[in-house]
Write a protein that binds this ligand. Sequence first.
Ligand code: FE2
Length: 179
Amino acid sequence: MAEIRIRNTNERISGEENVGSFLAQQNVLYEHWDASKLPESLRGKYVLTDEEKELILSTYNEEIVEIAGRRGYKTWDIVALSEATPDIEALLKKFEQVHTHTEDEVRYIASGHGIFIIKGDEETGYFDVELEPGDVISVPEGQPHFFTLMEDRQIVAVRLFIEPAGWVASPYEDPAFIK
Ligand SMILES: [Fe+2]
């Protein structure tokens, strides 16, 4: 279950209904898949072979095909990040810049945790969405955001794309961003 933190006020929002309605107001898609479907052999594993990545995709094939049909995703893959990832510090530094895309950024969290920092409406400002296994999130196209790891510094996620070639981050300079 995701948790929200509003950066301007430090207010926290938790609980399925509250988080769901907050994210719906901000046009952020938020759904759930069954985290317990992840094969036992892959639990707590953050360095994955191609075969293990394929196993995750086939485990969630039904969910992937359903959301792809509904929202137009044409391709998907697995991203795994942890302290074992080469150049993780440099990679995270690159991630931690507010940016936009011309398509939405959708993730299913299979293991570990991740956090999306998203620019909300005028009144709300920036907010964090802390994600855990089972959470599906989609940051709408054009909405300023960035993604990073949480305290456990590890994640395995499914990414879905409409057009991977067109999925390029455009930096978004924002003096209103609160670190
Ligand atoms: Fe992004």
